[in-house]
Ligand binder design. Structure first.
Ligand code: SAH
Length: 355
């Protein structure tokens, strides 16, 4: 039986150098191959033009390059591009390119499906099948950088981990991907332009803080009252707001980086004065900013965006307390590329739909 070929991008640069020495070649070949695999993002061994034909064939005999493939690309009227990305095992995730006048932001996925069960999110209806590997995360960014150059004549400027999945449930691979994305040997992007969005897993926030990571953290808060947050984000029962707050204080002490709270406002759920008061109180813990996002319906009609007066009431109250607040309009709604809509329609393969 033919033995399974190894994924060459699971090897570090050192391991690649060692591989070449072990077969009697010079270690610097390892550097060359590494450069092709990451900075140049090639998908076939034949494209490694400074490597001899025999060596390329030998590599192809022993290894595979499991590059992602864009299965389907959809363009929104507002310029947003959604990629349905096929992984080597045929699973599909989605990633989105969001252009503005001055920036291009990539919104990337970290898991196939999601293990959390936020009641308002389309991805939550999918089973969590598996974590994405560092290279599968890196590739999503690489592809969007290429699309940005091709369609908008500029490189990618920002990355948000707001696609499918909970990045902190896959924190090792997410951190490794970020390391490659920020490395001069990868895409050389500044960590300051990267935001990891989490539903708020206290233990993981503390781990990141202890590593003094340099990227930004966003927390999907949606309510600062336990009872309500648990209704919309049931895992809050296990990780209540007091634990989250404590972890965030630790984050700020270690990183000195202000946190963004993402916040949706729904009719009859968190549209009362006491909801606003609780949020203001939560915001006193550490320097922060509130990003009010527009709710994108996911077809079940249970959640309804609160009316604009309520949003306005939140804005005014937060500002009165000196808290920075932004209201974000959704992009790419017509192609189901907006927040929480990923996997709404494009992933029709039954296996990953929760029963
Ligand atoms: N699991 C991570 C990242 C993915 S979700 C997290 O929870 O932060 C990215 C953002 O989209 C989160 O703030 C999430 O709460 C929000 N979101 C989910 N469903 C949404 C919907 N239907 N409309 C608008 N935003 C939604």
């Amino acid at each position: 039986m033919k033995k399974d070929k190894r994924d060459i991008r699971a090897l570090s640069k050192e391991e690649l150098r060692d591989f070449f020495t072990s077969i009697g070649q010079q270690a610097f070949r390892g550097n060359q191959v590494y450069d092709w695999l990451w900075a140049k993002g090639i998908r076939n061994f034949e494209d490694m033009t400074n490597i001899s034909k025999e060596t390329r064939e030998m590599l192809a005999d022993s290894f595979v390059i499991n590059h992602i493939e864009v299965d389907k690309m959809q363009k929104s009227n507002d310029g947003t591009i959604k990629n349905a990305v096929r992984l080597h095992d045929k699973n599909i995730v989605e990633s989105v390119l969001i252009p503005t006048d001055t920036r291009t932001t990539a919104c990337v996925s970290s898991q196939v499906g999601c293990s959390l069960n936020c009641a308002f999110c389309a991805t939550a209806r999918l089973k969590r099948m598996r974590n994405l590997k560092p290279d599968e995360i890196y590739d999503q960014v690489f592809v969007i950088d290429q699309q940005s150059r091709l369609y908008f004549d500029r490189p990618l400027s920002n990355i948000v981990f707001m696609g499918m999945g909970e990045p902190l449930m896959n924190h090792r691979n997410v951190l490794q991907a970020i390391e490659k994305i920020t490395s001069p040997e990868g895409l050389n992007m500044s960590p300051r332009r990267i935001t990891v969005s989490t539903s708020g897993i206290p233990k993981m926030i503390k781990i990141l803080a202890d590593q003094e990571v340099k990227f930004n953290l966003a927390v999907s808060l949606h309510s600062a009252i336990d009872e309500i947050r648990t209704k919309v984000m049931p895992f809050n029962e296990t990780f209540p707001l007091a634990d989250l707050k404590e972890a965030l204080i630790h984050w700020y002490e270690k990183t000195k980086r202000r946190v963004t709270y993402e916040y949706l406002i729904w009719d009859g759920i968190n549209d009362r004065q006491e909801d606003i008061d609780a949020l203001i109180d939560f915001c006193q813990a550490i320097p922060c900013k509130v990003n009010i996002i527009e709710y994108n319906p996911i077809d079940d009609g249970i959640f309804q965006q609160a009316n604009p007066e309520i949003t306005n009431k939140y804005e005014v109250a937060l500002e009165r307390h000196g808290i920075t607040v932004t209201v974000r309009r959704s992009r790419g709604k017509d192609i189901d590329a907006a927040c929480g809509q990923l996997a709404n329609k494009s992933i029709e393969e039954a296996p990953i739909l929760k029963k």
